[in-house]
Design a protein around this ligand. Structure first.
Ligand code: ZN
Length: 66
């Protein structure tokens, strides 16, 4: 599994349940051009996933956050 520089991780993602910002994802997993982030809100103990889809090589578009 690839390792990720923490500087590349999304930060401050709002909780899907209570809306409080979460500093960083608990778990990150890459599958081809998709990166799965598992977030855990410590305020309400809610867990949810977010998927970032990165465009194919050669594209100048910024990553799309789901
Ligand atoms: Zn929450």
């Amino acid at each position: 599994m690839a390792r990720f520089d923490s500087a590349d991780l999304p930060r401050g993602n709002p909780c899907a349940q209570c809306g409080k910002p979460i500093a960083k994802p608990d778990w990150v997993e890459q599958d081809g051009g998709r990166i799965f982030y598992l977030w855990h809100c410590r305020a309400c103990d809610y867990r949810f996933e977010a998927i970032a889809i990165y465009p194919e090589h050669g594209s100048e578009q910024a990553p799309l956050a789901a």
